[in-house]
Design a protein around this ligand. Structure first.
Ligand SMILES: O=C(O)CCC(=O)C(=O)O
Ligand SMILES: [Fe+2]
Length: 288
């Protein structure tokens, strides 16, 4: 079995995939220094930082699993390109060679970046509850507990994949991203016993994420945030990708004004369009 087959199998089985050592220690340091230079408000004031696109809060309904106060949750004066404007190292993650083959496997040859934000947390902080954007647990599914949610051919039906880069050690005892493995294929809604006490539920795992690792997960996976227990701060960068004809918001991540993107990175920020007809492949030679 080659690496791609292994990644395909694990992503499909679990609904997520962790790749360790995706970034070197130097690369992690550089990103952290650039974030330090932003003098962000403390995590207690704003768990999210560097978000894009900027959402107009009057139109935004709370996301499933999140308290009203955290629906956008970013008080760090986000601009249209969010943390992409903080330097090239953030833009280089957009199409990092470690993630592109996995994204291609899940989203095909034409996909776009829908939104991005960072997350930071201090010891003792919790964040949103368990949620899924697709499948039986999604808010739109409108199913009662125990009702059957019909899945065709046992495939993952979703268009969004989140790529989250760990800039400090997280997961396991530290807390941070958590999920119910395999829940993207579950036919039943998340039971209340797991939802209400996800920090303690044996059904929930908190994958180990040493600094420099990256996790890719489908938005149909039931996932959330486990309370942060480490003395050091949690820092993660989340990039949310979708097939090219989808969009979550009517706003776009704008190209940074002080970093020149590569032609491929520019495609990732385009408006939605039908794959390969109105939205070009990311895997062909892109004219400069
Ligand atoms: O803590 C995490 O990494 C999960 C965050 C999350 O699910 C979200 O922001 O939608
Ligand atoms: Fe989420």
């Amino acid at each position: 079995m080659n690496d791609m087959e292994l990644q395909q199998y694990l992503f499909d089985l679990q609904g997520y995939l962790v790749i360790e050592n995706a970034l070197s220690a130097d690369e992690v340091d550089t990103l952290n220094q650039l974030i330090d230079e932003q003098n962000l408000p403390p995590p207690e004031d704003s768990t999210r930082f560097g978000s894009a696109p900027t959402l107009s809060s009057s139109l935004v309904k709370p996301e499933a699993g999140f308290p009203e106060s955290m629906k956008t949750g970013d008080r760090a004066a986000p601009v249209g390109s969010g943390f992409l404007n903080w330097g090239k190292p953030f833009c280089d993650l957009l199409d990092h060679p470690v993630i592109m083959p996995v994204l291609r496997m899940r989203l095909g040859d034409a996909f776009r970046l829908d939104r991005l934000y960072g997350m930071n947390m201090n010891k003792g902080m919790s964040y949103g509850g368990l949620h899924a954007d697709y499948g039986a647990t999604a808010p739109q599914a409108d199913l009662g507990p125990g009702e059957y949610y019909a899945f065709r051919s046992n495939q993952i039906y979703e268009g969004f994949v989140v790529v989250a880069w760990a800039l400090t050690d997280g997961g396991g005892e530290h807390g941070g991203f958590c999920c119910v493995p395999g829940s993207h294929k579950s036919n039943y809604m998340l039971p209340r016993q797991i939802r209400d006490d996800h920090d303690l539920s044996p059904a929930v795992v908190v994958p180990e994420m040493p600094a420099g690792s990256v996790i890719l997960f489908t938005e149909s996976l039931t996932h959330g945030t486990a309370t942060w227990h480490a003395d050091h701060q949690r820092r993660a960068l989340l990039y949310k990708y979708c097939v090219s004809h989808l969009a979550w918001t009517s706003k776009r991540v704008e190209a940074p004004t002080n970093v020149e993107l590569t032609p491929r990175q520019q495609i990732l920020l385009r408006d939605p369009g039908d794959p390969l007809r109105h939205f070009q492949s990311l895997f062909e030679e892109v004219p400069a």
